[in-house]
Design a protein around this ligand. Sequence first.
Ligand SMILES: [Zn+2]
Length: 265
Amino acid sequence: MQVYVENGNLGAGEVGKLQHTFLEVREVHFRPLQIVEETGDKSLMTYLMDMGTPIPIGVYIWLVEGASKNVLIDTGCSADYLTGLGYPSTQISTQEAALEKVGLSVDDINLVILTQLHCDHAKDAGKFKNATFVVQKSELAFAANPHPIQAGWFVDLPKDRVQIVNGDQEILDGIRVIHTPGHTPGGQSVLIETEKGIVGLCGLCTIRENLYPPEALRQLGLRAITPGIHTNAMQAYDSLIKLLNLSDQVIALHEAAYATMEHLP
Ligand SMILES: [Zn+2]
């Protein structure tokens, strides 16, 4: 994409003589890089719905292409780790191999925004030795002393490289996080400004149907479906609505259909 700019730095006697330049600007979007495919009951994603229906659940790391730094969202974890927790999983790629396909190495990543501190999003943080990890203050507080119903899923971070945020905050030009609690207390979602408007990456563990429910449910007044895993079901629903209201389109963290897509949007 080319963007036309006017450079207004004028010297004496140069009034009205603007310099016109064309800058080459990379398009901004999320690139999903799949690490693992998990097979799980659909109700893990859509609360109390379609119980007994196994679905593929994608575990991704997400590159923000076109940003001023090499920004990744989440670090993923291994299939063995998830399988060990009772979620049968298959390794699709490693983080190293997935990034290599787009010309990057794990050492090139400067910034990792962590949507949450559950293992499928943060376990492999140690692989990113040059990155700072952006985490909500409330997520760190909960992870330090997690409630037993979720304690088995929380993981530790390299403590000397954590950037703590508290609520909604701009991280880089055109990239901001918003606090979206309910799946975990300090969950956060990521909004990026793109040519197609504001695109949100939903930080709650969801598939597309959570954000864009079938018409029959809409008729019942549901604008979203609460994630099956949550610390507060109503707060999680409200977070999905907040994200939908702030975005032109929302991308679900675990949607299997994104595995074959190069970028979103
Ligand atoms: Zn998840």
